[in-house]
Design a protein around this ligand. Sequence first.
Ligand SMILES: Cc1cc2nc3c(=O)[nH]c(=O)nc-3n(C[C@H](O)[C@H](O)[C@H](O)COP(=O)(O)OP(=O)(O)OC[C@H]3O[C@@H](n4cnc5c(N)ncnc54)[C@H](O)[C@@H]3O)c2cc1C
Length: 454
Amino acid sequence: MRTDLVVIGAGPAGVAASLAAAARGTRVALVDGATEAGGQFYRQPAAGLGAGRPQALHHRWRTWERLRDGLAASAVQVLTDHHVWCVERGSGGFVVHALLGPEQEEPAEVHARAVLLATGGYEQVLPFPGWTLPGVVTAGGAQAMLKGGLVVPGRRAVVAGTGPLLLPVATGLATAGVEIAALVESAGPARLARHGPALAGKLPEGAGYAARLLRHRVPFLARHTVVRAHGDERLTGVTVAALDSGGRVRPGTERHLPCDTLAVGHGMLPHTDLAEGLGCGLDGLAVAVDAEQRTHVPGVWAAGEATGIGGAALALAEGHIAGCSAAASLHGTAPDPAPAALKARTKLRRSAVALEAAYAPPAHWPEQVTDDTVVCRCEEVTAGAVRDALDLGAGDVRTVKLLTRAGMGWCQGRMCGGAVAGLAGCPPAPARRPFARPVPLGVLARQHPQEGQS
Ligand SMILES: Cc1cc2nc3c(=O)[nH]c(=O)nc-3n(C[C@H](O)[C@H](O)[C@H](O)COP(=O)(O)OP(=O)(O)OC[C@H]3O[C@@H](n4cnc5c(N)ncnc54)[C@H](O)[C@@H]3O)c2cc1C
């Protein structure tokens, strides 16, 4: 299929971008691996579940209705179930390579003059003893089960880690009837207060969550962390402990909380694989963009959490600005984003920087990771093996990977990259993966049949 602009990712950023570009006369294809548009924030229940009131699990539902109805009324071609593994620069534009459906074996191509990357982010989870037990899920994973599958992961849960995502997860699970044994947040209120002015705009949202947590009588343990998950066949409880001001566990403060579910997350990281494959520059761990959301590669825009973690409202503003810029570039006109979107982006980016500084995993988390704790789940590499590699002289994540295989498995280091870097005492670095998804060899062979014959 051929189009003017292909938008990859149908979350808030991608939908806002598609609507803005289509409204300005651009032919748009909106591609996503999921079965429905909505992304993480507006994840929709599977159609077969017949959800009567999906809005009960969401906030800002009216915004979603506006986006959903806008898409239905527009000429945007929505291509769901398309898992993009690579975007290539070709003559006169770009080729998006995708795999179709849940099997991800059949290839599909979309040819476009311009590309807009709105691939969002993914959760970071740092290891601790017992974190691989059945019953331990990521915080976003618990939220995805609830919003997408209308199921809860257990009856009594601890929600733990750090970051603003823990609040909707705890309130969402409590609303669905799960008893929340505790919300365990490693950041303390003093850190949030330090960034008060930049976070002022987030106060109503925070107050709303606080009221819901109070209503459900959820105990809130600030400046605490989970030091161990317990159980043989599956999770039966966790040990939590208080942290000192330097981020170390305070001895003697440990206490046991019985639970069958631990929903844990330590913040989010941007998806940059497709952007890096295209040669786009990075700003830290996120795709670098200019004021119009243009990347360093002509014809490629990026918006939403791929360009930095900042929440759905920021993703919407950035998507709109990017869509306007892409449309203007394709039509040779001047971009005309709504002034409200520009203002919102400025304000929300300031809040995002403050939130990142306020919420951080405990500084000394590697001290709690015992040698027998699995760090890389795909290749079953323990913290002890990583430490042995360091003793052998490995000074960076890449050398640890070569000596231990940590990060060489199915997820290509998405889950363990931060953990290995933390254990090695290195700053987290971009992983540079040539493909964003595993690709069957047959699909690769079909791409270049003449080479296969020679
Ligand atoms: C699991 C999870 C749950 C979350 N739940 C909440 C919540 O309940 N409340 C909240 O405030 N915030 C939540 N967040 C944070 C949320 O991601 C953002 O605030 C918001 O959704 C960001 O919007 P976005 O458009 O940038 O990206 P997203 O909403 O993440 O959308 C990105 C889209 O890109 C698609 N995509 C990515 N890579 C590819 C590819 N290679 N091929 C095809 N499609 C691709 C994804 O399927 C996704 O639909 C959650 C995050 C995660 C990871």
